[in-house]
Design a protein. Structure first.
Length: 84
């Protein structure tokens, strides 16, 4: 399962052609997931995102958790954490 599928299955984000032209947005909002990633790339990152979108605090943390879990699972499958 890739990250997008995981986020959609957890009902964190969704895509609807009638909302923001089908961009992936946080459920119940018009805030694109890309906006979240853009903030993370900026100097103030997560802190600034949460200040600007405080209603998305739980969703933002769920995105980070889901991404981490997908990455950890993938890394385990390819043996990144094995001794040797």
């Amino acid at each position: 399962m890739d990250i997008r599928e995981r986020l959609e299955s957890l009902n964190i984000v969704r895509s609807d052609p009638e909302i923001m032209s089908g961009a992936l947005v946080f459920v119940g909002t018009r805030v694109p997931l890309q906006t979240f990633f853009d903030y993370l790339e900026g100097d103030d990152g997560l802190t600034e995102f949460l200040e600007d979108f405080p209603h998305l605090q739980a969703s933002a943390l769920r995105v980070l958790e889901a991404i981490a879990k997908v990455m950890l699972k993938r890394d385990r499958e390819i043996g990144v954490y094995s001794a040797g």
